[in-house]
Design a protein around this ligand. Structure first.
Ligand SMILES: [Zn+2]
Length: 290
């Protein structure tokens, strides 16, 4: 069986969800957000990584007006402020590492598999067990995050001002790179994900996708069309396509992620804080479920 055949088979089992733009009984308007298959996810990731490398290298080798502003602000940070900013810049990464480490932990494997293999018909006791495991999982992740942060803080305390400045400069470049990653990754993701949907209201409630042809037809002709979508629609599609592509457990934690460092360092407005979701700083997370 060739790659193409496997891709076709994969497509058959790809899930997705409808996006209702206009819930009109006679003339409903819908789109379909398809879950990316592994080839599409890989391509989106490659597009993102290429953009990230370009941006980071250009900032390092050439600089920009933005990096001049950054350099000017950098001189007003104290060492302690730099440590706090550096810790803040790693919030998302630390969060993802904590989830990874719990999921790789043998002691957790059995408990997590109970949650992941939950069926629809579960007893009240099973539901209570699952809720308990969910809570313990969240507490465990929080504890690992706190431990990692303290360790990082101790490590950073050993550096002098200039070394901290250089570390922060590097973190800032990476952050700009991640923003570029997210832009390009999202473009490719939506290009693949958004499909034509002609569902009608089903008499039994819900939507009848019987005439959608398996949602194989893409709405966008190329990646660059993504940027010309109206902002509200773009936000909606990004949100839905994220939900489709990230599994339930991760989604729960995505929602609860601290969005940035809570540091009050004065010039921090010159240095944008960390991205608002781990997905934006981690190319890996968004695709772990595909
Ligand atoms: Zn449909």
């Amino acid at each position: 069986m060739g790659l193409k055949d496997i891709a076709r088979l994969t497509d058959l089992f790809v899930e997705g969800t409808e996006v209702v733009l206009q819930d009109d009984p006679t003339e409903p308007m819908l789109l379909w957000a398809n879950k990316l298959n592994s080839f599409e996810a890989e391509e989106a990731r490659r597009d993102g990584q290429a953009a990230r490398s370009r941006v980071v290298l250009a900032l390092k080798e050439i600089g920009s007006a933005e990096s001049d502003t950054f350099e000017a602000a950098l001189t007003s940070f104290t060492a302690e402020q730099l440590v706090q900013e550096l810790l803040g810049a790693k919030n998302s990464e630390r969060f993802i590492d904590a989830i990874d480490s719990v999921q790789r932990d043998k002691d957790w494997a059995e408990r997590l598999s109970i949650v992941q293999r939950r069926g629809d018909a579960i007893t009240a006791e099973e539901a209570a067990l699952i809720a308990k495991i969910d809570d313990e999982y969240a507490a465990e992740v929080d504890e690992r995050i706190a431990n990692a942060r303290s360790q990082e803080e101790r490590d950073l305390a050993r550096f002098g001002l200039e070394e901290l400045q250089e570390k922060y400069r590097e973190a800032w470049r990476n952050q700009r790179g991640m923003a570029a990653f997210t832009r390009e990754y999202n473009k490719t993701r939506l290009y693949f994900s958004i499909r034509v949907c002609s569902a009608k209201r089903s008499p039994s409630g819900g939507w009848d996708h019987g005439h959608c042809g398996g949602h194989r037809k893409r709405v966008l002709d190329d990646r660059d069309e993504v940027v010309s979508l109206p902002e509200g629609l773009l936000d909606l599609l990004l949100r839905v396509s994220q939900d489709v592509n990230v599994d339930r457990r991760e989604a729960r934690f995505l929602a609860g992620t601290p969005s940035s460092s809570a540091s009050s360092a004065p010039p921090s407005e010159a240095v944008e804080s960390t991205a608002s979701t781990p997905e934006e700083t981690s190319p890996e997370l968004a695709t772990t479920s595909s």
